[in-house]
Design a protein around this ligand. Structure first.
Ligand SMILES: NC(=O)c1ccc[n+]([C@@H]2O[C@H](COP(=O)([O-])OP(=O)(O)OC[C@H]3O[C@@H](n4cnc5c(N)ncnc54)[C@H](OP(=O)(O)O)[C@@H]3O)[C@@H](O)[C@H]2O)c1
Length: 505
C-alpha cells in the first residue's frame, strides 16, 4: 500500500503574499489594548496586515491593560473590534489562524506588572519563535507615556534579546518644555532611532503621494517656488464638533490638536527640499530644515475662532459653549487661520495660508498651490474676465486625488476663456481599496522603517513655531463663527489684506 507523505497544512495567512511585507520575527505589545484606539484602529489594522500577508511568518501580539481578560476573552474582544471597525469583513477561516497570534496579560503600568509581562514575552518568544524582537505600542493616555517607559527601563523590557522599538501616540508634549521633558524620559530607556512617534496623517496614501508627486515627476518641481507660486493654502476642515471629547479638547484646542502635528507635517512635505534618498533620515533632515526656516506664528498673522450654533449639512448644530462639559466662558479656539512664512530661497515672499477648524461646512483636507498669473495676457479684457490663475489641488481626503485648474477657450463664436479642471481620482485610477493609515504605520514600525514617523527635532521645532501664539492666545476671546460656515470673517480679512481670498474646497 502506497503511503502519502504528510504535508504541513498551508498557513492561510500567507495566501496571496505580497512583496513589501515584514520578515523579522516580532512580538507586538499593545499597552492599553482594551482602549478605544486599540479597538478602532490597532487590532483591525493588524488583522488586515495579516490578511494581506504582510506580517512576518513568526509574529504574535500581546495586549496589556488592567481589564480582566485572558487569551480567550481577549480574542473574543479583538474579534468584536475587528468585526465592527475593520475595512474588510472577517473571514472565519483566516480568523482562526489569526486568533492564535493574540495573547493578553492583565496588569498596571508598574514594575511589578511589567516583570510578569516580561515572563509572558519570554514564553511567547519560545512558543512563536519570535526571537526576542519587540515593538511596544503605547496606546494609553499621554500622562502614562513617561510612567511606562520608565518602568520598561527598570524592568529591562527595553533591552530584550532582540531588537526593541517603541511607538508613541501623539501628543508629544503640550508645548516645547513638556515635549523636551518627555523626550528626556524616553531617551533614558530608548535611543532616538528606536522611537516611532506616530502621526497617522503621515500614514495616509495621499500624504505620501505628496512625495511621489513632487519628486517622481520632472514637470512640477521647476515651478515649485516663489518665482511661479503666488501662495499655498492648506485646509484641514472637520464638519463634526467636539462630540464627547470636551475635557480633552479644552486642554488641547485646534492648534495642539491639528496644527502642531498633522498640519505642519503636511506643510513640510509640500515645502521641503528634495531629499537625497527616500530613506528615513534624508527625508526627516529636509523636513526639519524646512521647519527651522519657518517663522514662528504671530498674533498679527493669525486668527482664532470658536463655533457658534448653526447648520451643518442641514442638521442643527449646537454652539461650542453649549456642548456638554464645556465651561460657559471657555476661550478655547476651535478654528485657526494663519499666514506662515518661510525664510529660504525657494519660498521667501510666497505665503502659506493655513486653516483648520471644527464644524466647518464640510470635512476636507487639501493643499492648493496657486500659481501666479501669466505676465501678459494677449486677449481682450472681456475674454479673460472669468479666468482664474492656475491652481494645483492635492486632495488628501475625501475624494482623494489631484486636480489642475487651467484656462481653456470656451466653445463660443466670440473669444472667451474659462477655467477648467483636469482631475485624477485615486479610487478610479488604481481600482484598489486604499489601506488604513494605521496599517501602513504599524507595518513600518515592525519593519523598522522610520520614514513616516516624526523625529524629535521636528517635534521641538513645531512647538517653537506654535508656542508664541498659544501663549498670546491664553488671553482674549476667539471670534464666533456659525457652525456650517468656513470660519470667522477675520479669516477672510487675513487674506483680503494681502489681495487674496480663500478657495472653496
Ligand atoms: N482614540 C482615538 O481615536 C485616538 C486617535 C489618535 C490618538 N489617540 C491617542 O491614543 C492614545 C490612547 O487613546 P485611547 O482613546 O485608546 O485611550 P483609552 O480608550 O482611554 O484607553 C486607555 C487604555 O489604557 C489602559 N489603562 C489606563 N490606565 C491604566 C493603568 N494604570 N494600567 C494599565 N492600563 C491602563 C486602559 O485599559 P484598562 O482600563 O483596562 O486598564 C485602556 O486600555 C492616547 O494617547 C490618545 O491621545 C487616540
Amino acid at each position: 500500500m502506497a503511503t502519502t507523505a504528510k504535508r504541513p497544512a498551508p498557513n492561510p495567512l500567507r495566501a496571496g503574499l505580497r512583496v513589501g511585507g515584514a520578515s523579522v520575527p516580532t512580538v507586538f505589545v499593545i499597552y492599553g489594548a482594551s482602549g478605544d484606539l486599540s479597538q478602532r484602529k490597532l487590532l483591525p489594522a493588524i488583522y488586515n496586515l495579516a490578511v494581506r500577508g504582510l506580517l512576518p511568518n513568526r509574529f504574535a501580539v500581546i495586549g496589556y491593560a488592567r481589564s480582566d481578560m485572558d487569551n480567550e476573552s481577549f480574542r473574543e474582544f479583538a474579534r468584536a473590534a475587528v468585526e465592527k471597525f475593520s475595512r474588510t469583513p472577517v473571514d472565519d477561516h483566516l480568523w482562526q489562524a489569526f486568533a492564535q497570534l493574540l495573547h493578553y496579560q492583565s496588569g498596571s503600568f508598574d514594575e511589578e506588572g511589567f516583570r510578569v509581562l516580561g515572563d509572558r514575552l519570554e514564553a511567547i518568544d519560545a512558543g512563536h519563535g519570535t526571537g526576542g524582537n519587540r515593538v511596544y505600542y503605547l496606546s494609553t493616555p499621554a500622562s502614562f507615556f513617561p510612567v511606562i517607559v520608565q518602568a520598561m527601563g527598570a524592568t529591562r523590557l527595553n533591552r530584550p534579546p532582540g531588537v526593541a522599538r517603541v511607538v508613541i501616540e501623539k501628543p508629544f508634549g503640550h508645548d516645547l518644555v513638556s515635549a523636551r521633558e518627555l523626550a528626556d524620559v524616553v531617551h533614558r530607556s530608548f535611543r532616538e532611532n528606536q522611537i516611532y512617534r506616530i502621526d497617522h496623517y503621515l500614514g495616509k496614501e495621499t500624504v505620501q503621494n505628496i512625495f511621489a508627486f513632487r519628486f517622481a515627476n520632472a514637470i512640477f518641481e521647476p515651478v515649485w517656488n516663489n518665482t511661479h507660486v503666488d501662495h499655498v493654502q492648506i485646509t484641514v476642515g472637520e464638519s463634526i464638533g467636539v462630540e464627547h471629547r470636551a475635557a480633552f479638547y479644552e486642554e488641547t484646542g485646534v492648534v495642539r490638536d491639528i496644527v502642531q502635528n498633522h498640519l505642519l507635517q503636511v506643510f513640510s512635505l509640500v515645502a521641503m527640499e528634495p531629499p537625497a534618498a527616500f530613506d528615513a533620515d534624508p527625508i526627516r533632515d529636509e523636513k526639519a530644515k524646512l521647519l527651522r526656516a519657518t517663522k514662528p506664528m504671530t498674533l498679527e498673522n493669525a486668527v482664532r475662532g470658536q463655533y457658534g450654533d448653526g447648520y451643518v449639512a442641514g442638521e442643527q448644530a449646537a454652539a461650542y459653549l453649549d456642548e456638554p462639559n464645556v465651561p460657559p466662558d471657555s476661550n478655547t479656539p476651535t478654528y485657526i487661520a494663519a499666514r506662515l512664512e518661510i525664510g529660504n530661497w525657494r519660498w521667501a515672499g510666497t505665503p502659506f495660508y493655513i486653516r483648520a477648524g471644527k464644524r466647518l461646512a464640510k470635512r476636507v483636507t487639501e493643499v492648493a498651490v496657486q500659481f501666479k498669473r501669466p505676465p501678459h495676457l494677449p486677449f481682450p479684457v472681456d475674454a479673460v474676465e472669468q479666468l482664474e490663475p492656475n491652481a494645483l489641488v492635492l486632495r488628501i481626503q475625501p475624494d482623494e486625488g489631484i486636480s489642475l485648474r487651467f484656462g481653456a477657450k470656451s466653445p463660443t463664436p466670440t473669444l472667451a476663456l474659462r477655467t477648467v479642471n483636469m482631475d485624477f481620482l485615486y479610487g478610479s485610477a488604481f481600482l484598489a481599496e486604499v489601506p488604513e493609515a494605521y496599517e501602513t504605520l504599524i507595518l513600518d514600525a515592525v519593519r523598522g522603517d522610520g520614514t513616516l514617523f516624526t523625529r524629535q527635532d521636528s517635534v521641538e521645532r513645531s512647538w517653537e513655531i506654535v508656542d508664541p501664539l498659544l501663549e498670546q492666545w491664553r488671553k482674549g476671546a476667539p471670534q464666533v463663527y456659525p457652525a456650517g460656515s468656513w470660519g470667522p470673517d477675520l479669516a477672510d480679512e487675513l487674506l483680503s489684506r494681502d489681495g487674496r481670498r480663500w478657495r472653496r474646497p
